[in-house]
Design a binder for this molecule. Sequence first.
Ligand SMILES: [Zn+2]
Length: 624
Amino acid sequence: MHVMTNKSPHARWRSLPLGKVSVTGGFWLNKQAINRQVSLRHGYAQLEKSGNFNNLRLAAGGGEGEYKQPVFMDSDVYKWLEAVAYDLVNVRDPEIEGMADEAIALIAAAQQEDGYLNSYYQVIKPEERWTDLDHDHELYCAGHFFEAAVAMHRATGDERLLNVACRFADHIDSIFGPGKRDGAPGHPEIEMALVELYRETGERRYLDLASFFVDKRGTGKMRGYGHFGPEYHQDRVPVREATIVEGHAVRQLYLTTGVTDIYLETGEQALFDAMGRLWHDMTARKTHIIAGYGAQPRGEAFGPAYDLSTDHCYCETCAAIAGMMWNWRLLLATGEARYADLLERSLYNGFLSGVSLDGRRYFYVNVLQSRGGIERPEWYGCACCPPNVMRQIAMVAHYAATVGEGGVQIHQYMPLTVEAAGETGPAAKLHMETDYPWEAGVRVVIDETDGSAWELALRVPGWCAEAALKVNGEAQQSVTGGQYATITRAWQAGDVVELDLAMEPALVEAHPRVDAIRGNLCIQRGPMVYCLEEVDQPDLDLLDVRVAPDAPMQARWREDLLDGVVSIEVQGLAAEPGEWDGNLYLPSAERKIAHRVATLTAVPYYAWANREIGTMRVWIPRPE
Ligand SMILES: [Zn+2]
């Protein structure tokens, strides 16, 4: 769930309300259109086919056939509804509204007299509610439900789900809390949802309940799955004492997101300090170049420091999404560009790789090297990722701008309109014109303003060495990357700010301790990480390719390729096997490995696995 309309007292900047910032063209408008026309309908059909809707029908006393597991099937319905809510702000689509109405009625019918709502327990274990918080996702599903209800209320004013949500939250509040039952969810999620429910309703008990669930963690009492210990659930140490990100990556990052939400409302420094330690551990040691998280398939978990393998990594799409949600809240709290930088890196890479170009196939795991045979399925038995992707794409514009401290801040670049209402910022309307992420130029035009002097802040991404800035055609001092360029003046309608972010192809390498990719280089251009796919270099084995640090590179717009991308031609090398042919091991000695020149075509990583199945790699070795 995205923080919107927050009046959080400890936020430096605030989200704009739903509908006050909208994509008007380009890359993301295209993704939103596919999301609406394909993914949301596809999701609805898959939820029917997989039994999610039928589970709720069974809980409501109807339905037929058997209950379908896993235990958290309800949450997929809720995430899909949340996506629908955000999309209805963009375009009212009667067919999708009809699907949502049906789902809302079903959920309301499934709710029990006392407010309880969870189809698994209602159908399979009616006598055992709240008996397995460690594993059974009851509170997790409740959290996703609250988020959908809040989103629907904000998007359309529809109170039906919100009423069901408050009854359920009140029921949970009657069970858990000081002097009541102790416990914390094995899978965090409800924490951020309760804070949002508090923001939407003003009911303080919901915020207190979120804090209670955070405070009850870290006692080591949770039963890990199989071999996994309490770190799997972030239960090894109390949140305020945590120093490293660990365990299941999505759980860890949903937890930090919820904790940061609590900080935004309460300002408790110990919570914020813990978040700072965890963010540092994650970004300095445990983040893949695509801003994917969770190096280890075993336990879907963060690995040890510098464990960032390319072909056996996990990088669940939901973890990238969770990372974006966390970074967004840290940005609201601090106004520091590094959080928007990391959010952007996920947005165009580790998140966006989670959905196919046509919007109907998905990745759960996002590897950085494929040895072949990987393709995107239409859905998953554990389908947490697809509807999570849908809700992010539907609300992507909301990552682009905030208001606060008397000004307007632009964080992500896309053609859009921004409408600030004068609360903690100016009363102003502006719009942005850009071909980002393919082109570096950005124009911000002030359309309406209240005549006061106010600050416009534009993020200069960390990948940009130096950005040129002009106001009404007049060059300003250039700004180095990793901070906000700020201009304060009494703006007038028609004023134009131009930013040129100098987007050139570049090669990057990893900290030398990352042994999995030591001596390897990765191609980037602007926010995009690039990869090599077999289909673009059919005469080469990707195990043989090499790229020197000074390799010439040429970026080229390719209308015909992958729905239109900027590809990068690289003058690389291909290793000749020579005396290695037929030998897997040889005595260590000075060996001259012969290379021949090979032109390589790199494409944006997010777009891989949309053509014929083949090998792929992000990291490319230097020549020996
Ligand atoms: Zn997932």
